[in-house]
Design a protein around this ligand. Structure first.
Ligand code: ATR
Length: 277
């Protein structure tokens, strides 16, 4: 999606994927800095590790406690930090790595665009309390959802999250079980559904899909997980994780380039590459 976006805007930039062992992450970031990279994206399991490996943290990375985007910035002679793209002639005095997190914004943008959901005042059941689940829960709370129900295989993680949300967003009710009443939205943030033999992340003996209006699955491959298929059959509005992938990427693109991301171009490139159409 990034290379398609660079081409669409006529930018002579390239986005490349590298597989990095976590033990080499610091060296990889240093190498990218030394080679004058504009920035980096990081994914599992690097997002938490990178927090301690950057020189500055944007508010987004501080709030979510994870870094998925790095921008390299140069110090000018006046001691300002500017993205490296701003240095047309003359090398910066020093280069630093600033960490950002675009995942939470990506989720909110996808819910808005794909499900027409504004989170404020809504009741949400969130499945999963790993890295993605934690960020989603905190984002939902920060957007003033009314009630948030957290369910996860490992109960202690939902308990920790409840404490964290209560501390930072005391107005949000946080339940640690399936809701008995209806909700506006169910989100799957577990990895269940990635493999065809996976069980459903939702225990339908405890919660019926008739109890929700919409279901969002962060998984985008396969395009329709069994959860989404069941939700559709139950009459729910559904969307998969492609929109979240798109919007977190588009936000990162804007952080690096300073230009508005061509989201339509990026979405088409994603669909072409992931689904082949
Ligand atoms: P990510 O960064 O993608 O969120 P993660 O932090 O490993 O990855 O989280 C994976 C999520 O899927 C967790 O909520 C995990 O539950 P646990 O916290 O109990 O590990 C959930 N998950 C993974 N495999 C699962 C399984 N077989 N049954 C139930 N939940 C599972």
């Amino acid at each position: 999606m990034h290379n398609a976006a660079f081409a669409a805007l006529g930018l002579n930039w390239r986005y490349l994927a590298f597989e990095v062992d976590p033990k080499n992450l610091r060296a990889a970031i240093e190498g990218a800095r030394a080679m004058g990279f504009a920035g980096l994206n990081l994914t599992v399991p690097h997002k938490l590790l990178a927090v301690d490996m950057v020189d500055a943290l944007d508010e987004s990375a501080k709030v979510w406690g994870a870094v998925n985007t790095i921008r390299f910035e140069g110090r000018t002679e006046k001691s300002d930090w500017l993205p490296l793209r701003e240095f047309h002639q003359g090398a910066p005095v020093e280069i630093r790595a600033q960490g950002f997190n675009t995942d939470a914004e990506g989720l909110a943008a996808a819910l808005r665009e794909d499900l027409s959901i504004e989170l404020s005042g809504k009741k949400v059941l969130l499945l999963g309390a790993g890295g993605a689940g934690r960020t989603a829960a905190l984002k939902l709370a920060s957007e003033n959802v009314l009630e948030l129900f957290l369910v996860n295989r490992t109960f202690s993680k939902t308990l920790d999250l409840q404490v964290e949300i209560k501390k930072n967003f005391p107005a949000v009710y946080v339940g640690l079980d399936y809701p008995k009443t209806e909700v506006d939205l169910v989100i799957n943030a577990t990895s269940l559904g990635l493999k065809s033999e996976d069980a459903s992340p939702l225990d339908e003996s405890r919660f019926s899909l008739k109890q929700t209006r919409a279901v969002y699955d962060m998984i985008y491959r396969p395009a329709a997980t069994p959860l989404l298929a069941a939700a559709k059959a139950a009459g729910c509005k559904t969307a998969n994780g492609l929109g979240m992938l798109l919007h977190q990427g588009a936000k990162a693109f804007e952080i690096w380039t300073g230009q508005t991301a061509p989201r339509d171009v990026m979405r088409r490139a994603l669909e072409q590459n992931i689904y082949g159409h």
